[in-house]
Design a protein around this ligand. Structure first.
Ligand SMILES: Nc1nc2c(ncn2[C@@H]2O[C@H](COP(=O)(O)OP(=O)(O)OP(=O)(O)O)[C@@H](O)[C@H]2O)c(=O)[nH]1
Ligand SMILES: [Mg+2]
Ligand SMILES: [Zn+2]
Length: 317
């Protein structure tokens, strides 16, 4: 008789793998399994092993052991293939933060949602998201929401990004414009919606799936700093084949770890010029005979983007 098939085997608690972390909140890790969502804690050993990063983040694949009905304990986390992360803002000025904050693990793409207006788009902030995605080799789409309100000052804030070659999708959660195109983008993938508070991330998801009933903010309060309607990132599965993370808007997006010397590689429009600078390597900030600076002067590279580059180069974020 197979020794493993006696009562002893039944008593042994089996570990299962392939669970997907869909929500992390207050020490609870919610894992989507074939039998529904279970509320897990994690082994203390994992915290020690995974210092320097969030131990478990939404999008992570885990193995767990059930403890009681609907509950379990996470035993291990699969290696992350990709990650969207940032350096968290310091808790007080001057404090050093050395733990990477993982926004979503293993995303297939990042949808950076900004608004045509209300709130107006801050190019430096958008550029930080774009650089972070380039550096992490994450495909990125700019979702230019609130197209119903039109551009702030007669000028399309996203025109320069379209010119560079970024995919920009104009949407409106209010009128439904292009929300079906957004659904098409999401199909078959695990995506993240990120971007500033008030841009309409949750509203876009509600427009596609009203049953989600995600909380949506009152726009009049967005100037009140620190106001975020979505407070906990959640990985949603609103229809088969679509996983999408709705995340809280971020006031600051500081990227995790980018070497200033490599920064130019994350501005795709600079790539044709990089080999042409007189000095190699060239920081493109002050050197004579710099092909990038010449391209900016000639209007071939946007001065808005170049300003972002210089700020990121000088301040490191
Ligand atoms: N006119 C217009 N208003 C919109 C549109 N999308 C969202 N809004 C409004 O913008 C405000 C903010 O929308 P939310 O969906 O809460 O924004 P969010 O990006 O999820 O914000 P956080 O959760 O704080 O990050 C709400 O008052 C929405 O009704 C749109 O396409 N057009
Ligand atoms: Mg929201
Ligand atoms: Zn140069």
């Amino acid at each position: 008789m197979d020794r493993e098939s006696g009562p002893n085997r039944d008593a042994k608690v089996a570990q299962s793998c392939g669970g997907l972390i869909v929500r992390v909140h207050g020490g609870h890790f919610y894992v989507q399994t074939q039998d529904g969502i279970i509320d897990c804690t994690i082994r203390g050993r994992l915290r020690r092993e995974r210092r320097g990063t969030d131990v478990v983040a939404i999008g992570d694949r885990v193995c767990w052991t059930p403890t009681e009905e609907g509950r379990g304990i996470i035993e291990s986390v699969a290696p992350r293939e990709r990650v969207l992360s940032r350096r968290p803002p310091p808790p007080r000025p001057g404090a050093v933060v050395d733990t990477e904050q993982v926004i979503v693990a293993n995303p297939d793409q990042v949808l950076v949602v900004f608004a045509h207006r209300n709130p107006p788009t801050n190019p430096l902030m958008l550029d930080r998201y774009l650089v972070a995605c380039e550096a992490s080799e994450l495909p990125v789409v700019i979702v230019a929401n609130k197209i119903d309100l039109g551009p702030e000052e007669d000028e399309d804030p996203f025109a320069l990004y379209r010119e560079i070659g970024y995919q920009v999708l104009d949407t409106s959660a209010a009128t439904g414009e292009n929300v079906e195109a957004l659904r098409d983008l999401l199909r078959g993938k695990l995506s993240v919606l990120t971007g500033p508070s008030g841009a309409g991330k949750s509203s876009l998801l509600n427009a596609l799936w009203p049953d989600l009933e995600l909380r949506v903010g009152d726009i009049s309060t967005y100037h009140d700093r620190g106001k975020h309607t979505t407070v906990v990132a959640e990985l949603l599965n609103p229809e088969p084949g679509i996983y999408v993370a709705d995340t809280p808007g971020m006031r600051v997006f500081l990227f995790w770890d980018i070497d200033p010397e490599q920064l130019d590689a994350f501005f795709p429009e600079m790539s044709p010029y990089l080999g042409e600078c007189r000095f190699q390597p060239c920081t493109h900030t002050h050197e004579p005979g710099c092909a990038v600076q010449e391209a900016v002067e000639a209007g071939e590279i946007s001065d808005i983007r170049y300003d972002s580059y210089v700020k990121m180069f000088e301040y490191g974020f």
